[in-house]
Design a protein around this ligand. Structure first.
Ligand code: NAD
Length: 470
């Protein structure tokens, strides 16, 4: 068994206690992770605070260099990271490799970005320049569905801008983050990066700590609201990347087989546990039966199993709590719709749900109105496009969506009418670290990724200098 450590003030240390880490494909404990107590958390925040002045004074080119070193170090151990990710998170190994690849890609992309001063106005009287300064200690709080990418999406811009970090992963997937901390220990000065693991008990202390300048949070909308409330006292900067209930809207001119296959993949990748997974699909009545049958065929043919088994497409749900929640959701769904594929947990150890397709279900059913975070896709019929758009937009969520059609101009104009932060035409989940990503409505606050995402880790300061001294 490997021994994982917390990174606090440049030292790899044991936790005050430990927690079990479970392999979701077996339901068995396979590793212990160090768990920080309040004292260790405070030491980590203090270390980040003390490291800030020297780190923020370094040249940006030096910080770029260290981010690239970290990207190289991740690439050098990509296989090891991916295996650990599959073991703690559950998804098929190729999908785990994809996440790790994106982590180093994102680090390199941010390492190439600029934070140069911007002249806002210049005339005979004065020059007005906007400078970007770091904020101080940034805390990252991340979920269990993309445990490492959700960290590097925040670490890269935060460090490039000159902030220091305290990183807290979800307690069910702490190991890849701790491994990243080990790499950081060799690359960054002491205190610049710190990792702490909790058992869902330190989040509130982090978000209310006066020494934390910003919280970069990815997780559920319910927890995001707690973060917002708890940060209010010190008016922290916040990025909240929260839940979604993304709809795919199929137009009447599609090639059913081709589009159903893409929609199926975008609803079952990572066993459906993606904020921007397709969580409901709206299909015109003329294509409805054919589309449902094709989705059911794909679900019945999917290979479900341990992410290490060759050919597996859908792994287990990540944790027992989620598994129990989804089983209850399936019970409710049986009363509300017509299940035409799957519909059950697999009869084997681990947290497996058979890929499930549900038709003839109403918009108010829990499966349609909420965020299932599982490989279960409801298919909804529409006869009028305006009505379909109204149904799609009748939700508190606004993360993303997609429109599918052969006439691309028509599909693009329909995309304008979906109330979400991102909308794709003939694709979905096509996130790109160069492109800003944000949730509308209760799916988030602020921006992650892209140049705008980098600015979120800075305070803009505008200096106006007169042309003539008087
Ligand atoms: P969660 O909200 O339960 O937990 C997220 C993190 O918050 C964990 O690290 C958890 O320990 C921590 N936390 C728990 N209580 C806290 C508190 N009171 N204060 C501060 N932190 C606290 O989310 P989850 O179940 O781990 O992840 C799934 C959710 O994440 C889904 O809703 C999904 O849509 C969302 N998500 C969103 C995005 C996005 O970019 N919008 C990306 C991935 C996941």
């Amino acid at each position: 068994m490997n021994v994982f450590k917390l990174l606090i003030d440049g030292q790899l240390v044991d936790g005050a206690s430990s927690i079990d880490v479970i392999n979701p494909a077996t339901g068995e404990v396979f590793q212990q992770a160090p768990r920080a107590d309040e004292v260790q958390l405070n030491t980590a925040i203090e270390a980040a605070k003390n490291a800030f002045s020297a780190w923020s004074a370094t040249a940006i080119d030096y910080r770029r260099e260290l981010l690239i070193k970290l990207a190289d170090a991740i690439d050098a151990r990509l296989g090891e990271f991916a295996k650990l990710l599959t073991r703690e998170q559950g998804r098929p190994i190729e999908q785990a490799q994809g996440e790790i690849f994106f982590c180093s890609y994102t680090l390199r992309l941010f390492a190439g970005m600029e934070l140069a001063p911007k002249v806002l106005k210049e005339d005979d009287n004065a020059k007005v320049v906007e400078y970007r300064q770091p904020l101080g200690v940034v805390a990252t709080i991340t979920p269990w569905n993309f445990p490492l990418l959700m960290v590097t999406n925040k670490l890269a811009p935060a460090l490039l801008a000159g902030n220091t970090l305290v990183i807290k992963p979800a307690p069910t997937t702490p190991l890849t983050t701790l491994m990243l901390g080990e790499l950081c220990a060799d690359i960054f000065p002491a205190g610049v990066v710190n990792t702490v693991v909790d058992n869902n008990d330190l989040g509130g202390l982090i978000t209310s700590d006066p020494d934390v300048a910003k919280v970069a949070f990815t997780g559920s909308t319910a927890t995001g609201k707690k973060v917002l409330a708890s940060s209010a006292e010190t008016l922290k900067r916040l990025t909240l990347e929260l839940g979604g209930n993304d709809a795919a809207l199929v137009l009447d001119d599609v090639d059913v087989k081709a589009v159903a296959a893409q929609i199926y993949n975008c609803s079952t990748y990572n066993a459906g546990q993606i904020c921007v997974a397709i969580k409901r699909v709206y299909v015109p009545d003329a294509l409805y039966d054919e589309f449902c049958n094709e989705l059911a065929r794909l679900a019945n043919n999917s290979v479900v199993g341990d992410g290490f088994e060759p050919g597996v497409q859908v792994g287990p749900l990540q944790n027992k709590l989620q598994f129990e929640k989804v089983k209850r959701l399936l019970e409710d769904t049986k009363k509300r719709g017509n299940i035409i594929a799957g519909g059950e947990a697999l009869n084997r150890p681990g947290y497996f749900i058979a890929p499930t397709i549900v038709r003839d279900i109403d918009d108010k059913a829990k499966l349609v109105a909420g965020e299932q975070f599982a490989p279960i896709l409801p298919v909804l019929k529409y006869s009028d496009l305006d009505d379909a758009l109204a149904r799609i937009n009748a939700t508190e969520f606004g993360l993303a969506g997609s429109v599918w059609g052969t006439d691309i101009d028509r599909a693009a104009s329909v995309a304008q009418r979906i109330d979400s932060g991102s909308v794709w035409v003939n694709s979905h989940m096509a996130l790109d670290p160069a492109v800003p990503f944000r949730g509308a409505k209760q799916s988030g606050l602020g921006v992650e990724l892209g140049q705008e995402g980098l600015y979120e880790y800075t305070q803009a300061k505008v200096i106006t200098v007169p042309k003539n001294s008087r």
